[in-house]
Write a protein that binds this ligand. Structure first.
Ligand SMILES: [Zn+2]
Length: 479
């Protein structure tokens, strides 16, 4: 079933350092409730908001990264509604229709569809910079909870609202697009997409012959795909039965995997928007633009193309690009003289795999050894001093435990007495030797394995073990 999908992606600028209009911390999760607050983000009378430089620069960097037209002046507007976690009774946002000016007046994103390996273009309608409200939570169920708890730590955190044109072709592409946008923002240094609740997605979807339905509050990229698949199927069934798909807003219930109708929807007029008189328009100066341009200078696409141009397979190249610390170290280690093929395998496949196996985050820079270490290991493989397998099996696990470790301290001891090991194995493995001598050539592999096991964590090139075994077996045959 053909569908038209448009997305609204809300992303906190968690790495901005400050909230949008005060100096409180943009990463509020590390504080006990109501400890990351000040008169501005509590909306106390007389407190005046002042736009922070870093959140502005990051928002403009996002606009640059998504090829946007950027206005000369940025204008903030008030959006009024009443809720316990919104202390001013209005949210500061950028609403164009009432004279607001968002940070992006239209642009586009080109993301990699990693199923077809095509770059797909989707229009960006606009990007708003706004403040996140606080948080209200309950003890268990909202209806039975004795209290509504309000925590203002999040109040005022800078939030980007990225609105795409309804040009996304499938639920799968919607997911890949959101992932690509988040990765781009991670490269800019604007957000950490793995923080709990750092982004949420609303999706508009319509099928042929039906009205547009909005799905609210999708909290993960996997759920973007699931919610859209469900909703397209639901709409198709309604039409098949001769019904009509009404224009409505639905809520994604991730636990049950269904969308449910929301009881009401406010009209835009009900919000009583107007330009915020406390905030004079912000001039987008050359300085600010230069800072934004610098932040946006590394895009996933640019890095992907750089990695691929070194002869790295596209799947591995994408694996490297999707972890910014991995990409940074890969490019740096190549500059230091490491071999791109060896490094790609080490960084994009095996070291990342080691981290995953330990439940560690491959996008956390502190989990990665310095590029220098990786370049040294690559050179030891290229020079033939160690096999790739011995680095992978004996060194990478140690680095995953302790990424700062010195190369010398993690390099395995080398087997110096290969002959003795071979003798020991030939003596012990009587049956395998007999099999081999009677023509069962497969027994050789078993014997090589036995020698490797006998090395007990020391480095040994299996080719050398094989060569020595063959020499001795040949002598035995002839003798
Ligand atoms: Zn504050």
């Amino acid at each position: 079933m053909k569908a038209r999908i448009g997305l609204e992606i809300h992303v906190q600028l968690s790495e901005a350092g400050t909230k949008l209009f005060c100096d409180c911390d943009s990463e509020y999760r590390r504080y006990p409730p109501n400890r990351n607050v000040c008169p501005v983000c509590l909306g106390l009378p007389g407190a005046l908001p002042v736009p922070g430089r870093r959140p502005l620069a990051l928002a403009l960097a996002a606009a640059k990264a998504f090829n946007c037209r950027i206005p000369e002046w940025i204008v903030f507007t008030r959006k009024h509604y009443f809720y316990p976690d919104l202390p001013k009774n209005y949210q500061i946002t950028q609403f164009e229709k009432v004279g607001g000016a968002p940070v992006c007046l239209g642009g586009y994103v080109e993301f990699l569809n990693t199923d077809t390996w095509e770059w797909v273009r989707v229009g960006i309608r606009r990007i708003n910079l706004e403040e996140d409200p606080g948080r209200t939570y309950y003890e268990g169920d909202i209806m039975t909870s004795r209290y509504a708890h309000v925590d203002f730590n999040r109040s005022g955190v800078p939030l980007l609202e990225i609105v795409t044109e309804p040009e996304v072709r499938s639920p799968r592409e919607a997911r890949l697009l959101v992932e690509y946008i988040l990765l781009t923002l991670e490269y800019i240094g604007a957000t950490n997409p793995r923080l709990e609740g750092v982004f949420r997605v609303d999706a508009n979807v319509s099928v042929e012959g039906g009205e547009r339905v909005e799905i609210k509050n999708i909290g993960s990229t996997l759920d973007v795909e699931k919610a859209l698949r469900y909703e397209i199927k639901r709409q198709a069934m309604v039409l098949e039965r001769g019904g009509r798909v009404e224009r409505e807003t639905r809520h994604w219930d991730a636990e049950r995997g269904v969308t449910k109708p929301l009881r009401y929807k406010e009209e835009e007029a009900e919000y009583l928007y107007f330009p915020d008189p406390d905030l004079p328009p912000v001039k987008v100066t050359g300085d600010l633009l230069a800072e934004a341009e610098k932040l946006a200078s590394r895009s996933p696409r640019m890095i992907y193309e750089a990695v691929e141009s070194l002869g790295v397979r596209r799947e591995v190249a994408w694996s490297i690009v999707s972890s910014p610390p991995a990409a940074e170290r890969f490019l740096e280690a190549v500059k230091l003289g490491g071999d791109p093929q060896v490094l790609a395998r080490m960084i994009g496949v095996d070291y990342k795999g080691e981290l995953r196996e330990r439940g560690l985050d491959p996008n956390d820079p502190s989990r990665w050894p310095p590029a220098e270490t990786l370049a040294q290991l690559s050179k030891l493989v290229s020079s033939g001093e160690y096999t790739y397998d011995s680095i992978r099996g004996l060194v990478l696990p140690k680095l995953a435990e302790n990424p700062g470790a010195d190369v010398k301290s993690v390099l395995p001891e080398k087997v110096s007495d290969v002959d003795a090991l071979v003798e020991e194995v030939l003596r012990r493995e009587v049956k395998a030797v007999k099999d081999y001598l009677s023509g069962k050539e497969k027994a050789l592999n078993y014997l090589v394995g036995a020698v490797m096991r006998a090395a007990r964590g020391r480095a040994l090139d299996p080719r050398e073990a094989r060569r020595k075994l063959l020499e001795r077996l040949k002598a035995m045959k002839e003798g």
